[in-house]
Design a protein around this ligand. Structure first.
Ligand code: FES
Length: 166
């Protein structure tokens, strides 16, 4: 048999448990929001730094680098320029024009795939596409053209002699 005093005691116990659970949840929610605000703030500051160009792109002249002895029409070759860490692609377009670009997509840095006979370079990561005649963006999310590598055709081969930002 349950007395009214026992019922009231149970109700008080239930209320205390509910208050304890609720107050713990509030602290946990506050911590969660604090973490969320900190991460969001960090991402915002990072995105703003990239947007205003705090992190400079490496460009400029470096010592000439031999790219290939020769390149047939529709052929392409990979090389590194201006440093050994900077991937690049040289290709001979239909009609004979020689072009070269950084092989690093300007979206999220995937390696682009040259298709000189189609006049494009494709980025498989997010379907980015660049124009092979000037490196400009034709489709997809890349925000900037591919940086251009200047080439020089000499009697003993094709040389990379300079780089300009895309
Ligand atoms: S990394 Fe090239 S399109 Fe996203």
């Amino acid at each position: 048999m349950t007395t009214s005093e026992e019922v009231r005691a149970d109700a008080r116990t239930d209320r205390r448990q509910l208050e304890r659970i609720t107050s713990e949840a509030l602290v946990s929610r506050r911590d969660y929001l604090r973490i969320l605000v900190t991460i969001s703030g960090g991402l915002t500051v990072g995105a703003a730094a990239v947007a205003v160009g705090v992190f400079p792109r490496r460009t400029g002249a470096a010592a000439p680098v031999l790219v290939a002895d020769s390149l047939a029409e529709g052929a392409w070759v990979q090389f590194t320029y201006p440093t050994e860490h900077d991937g690049a692609i040289a290709m001979r377009l239909p009609g004979g024009r020689l072009v070269a670009y950084s092989s690093i997509c300007t979206h999220l840095s995937c390696a682009v795939i040259p298709r000189p006979t189609d006049g494009v370079l494709d980025c498989p990561c997010h379907d980015g596409r660049f124009d092979a005649t000037d490196g400009s963006v034709l489709a997809g999310p890349p925000p900037r053209p591919l940086p251009v590598i200047e080439l020089e055709e000499r009697t003993d081969g094709i040389y990379a002699v300079g780089a300009t930002p895309g």
